[in-house]
Design a protein around this ligand. Structure first.
Ligand SMILES: [Fe+2]
Ligand SMILES: [Fe+2]
Length: 372
């Protein structure tokens, strides 16, 4: 695919390159600051991994006239999904300066990066930086503990795009092509924050810092998931204010989660006994070792923990049954089995189940009870 087909302009001289994984990808961003006299400063944000390098090179060729013309590399934090090609980029771009928090640098300099190529964001006199060559303003906004102690975001005043790193990121729950968030994106954002953000109070503090930006951002550009713009910016920030994440979930929902784990194990046992082939498909998807997107912790043969909100976990499980079981009658049978088991444990189902129809022997249809 030509690089121009993979680059998406999301604001004035602000571009996104998305990696191609279907469920959880990386977004890499490029910004060209172009001054009135035609001078240009080139910035890349969270430049990805070795897997992304060839496409980053192609994008830099297209936008900057080559990797060697990168002036600024901004990294939101230290994770390898965004820092593991820094050594390659710094070698290829001799004048590029790496900007990050001092906390992030403490870890990323372990790649063997030279000290003289790094500038700590905390060392600037103010949070707002004027790019001398072109006159543009950018502002660094801390996202402390979201999810890393020294996480940073950067606001480009010209485009009104706020690059947020992992904050506001999500797994891909929106179906179909495109890069912009819809209502369908929320489930992925909620799941990602439930797992990765330590507690709601730090999420709120980060939202408060975003709220103080003047002018308020028009576009939120996270390192994972969809780009958020328009009313959804306010809408999703509002919902995040109320979302239990990390420790909140561990502390508040423990008994509920333990019950859910027991119920899901019972359901899986019934499924294994009655439909061993279907069980294998479902269980493999739920287990998926190494992927954080599974909300159930299954170290052996049983669920021992639920890592997200009970409702989110049930939605996920339901989605697995819907999407992984291709035979309609087996799917229906598994869904009925799940609903019946959850009912036995008095677990409220967070979605309508009236439309789950079973064909009885007479050939008509009956509707499984809803638990609303
Ligand atoms: Fe991260
Ligand atoms: Fe990330």
């Amino acid at each position: 695919m030509a690089i121009t087909d993979s680059l998406h302009q999301i604001g004035v001289e602000f571009y996104m390159l998305r990696s191609e994984e279907p469920e959880f990808h990386r977004n890499i961003y490029f910004k060209r600051f172009i001054g009135p006299d035609g001078s240009q400063v080139n910035m890349v944000m969270d430049p990805g991994t070795k897997l992304d390098l060839s496409r980053v090179i192609a994008a830099a060729n297209h936008l900057f006239g080559g990797l060697q013309n990168i002036d600024v590399i901004f990294v939101s934090h230290q994770d390898p999904d965004l820092t593991s090609n820094l050594d390659a980029l710094l070698s290829a771009a001799p004048r590029a300066l790496l900007l990050a928090s001092i906390d992030a640098w403490r870890l990323i300099h372990m790649y063997g990066l030279p000290d003289n190529r790094f500038k700590a964001i905390e060392d600037f006199r103010t949070d707002t930086l004027k790019i001398k060559k072109t006159g543009h303003l950018i502002k660094f906004v801390p996202a402390y503990y979201c999810h890393f102690r020294g996480a940073m975001m950067v606001y480009d005043f010209e485009s009104r795009v706020l690059f947020t790193g992992d904050f506001m990121g999500g797994t891909d729950t929106r179906k179909g092509p495109g890069i912009y968030a819809t209502e369908e994106s929320w489930a992925g954002i909620a799941l990602f924050h439930s797992i990765y953000m330590p507690t709601n109070s730090v999420v709120r503090a980060t939202i408060d810092r975003i709220g103080m930006l003047d002018p308020f951002p028009e576009v939120i550009a996270p390192q994972h998931g969809d780009v958020i713009k328009g009313d959804l910016v306010y809408d999703f920030l509002g919902r995040l204010m109320e979302l239990d994440v990390g420790l909140d979930l561990l502390e508040k929902k423990k008994p509920e989660k333990e019950t859910l784990a027991i119920a899901v194990n019972e359901f899986l046992e019934k499924l294994r006994a009655s439909h061993p082939d279907i069980f294998n498909i479902v269980f493999e998807k739920l287990k998926e070792p190494g992927k954080f997107t599974t909300p159930f912790y299954i170290p052996g043969d049983t669920v021992v923990d639920v890592k997200v909100d009970v409702e989110d976990a049930l939605r996920y499980l339901w989605d697995v049954l819907e999407t992984r079981i291709t035979d309609p009658s087996s799917r229906l049978s598994a869904q009925k089995m799940l609903v019946t088991t959850l009912k036995q444990y008095n677990i409220k189902i967070p979605f309508k189940v009236e439309d789950i129809v079973e064909k009885p022997e007479e050939g008509g249809s009956i509707i499984i009870d809803s638990f609303e």
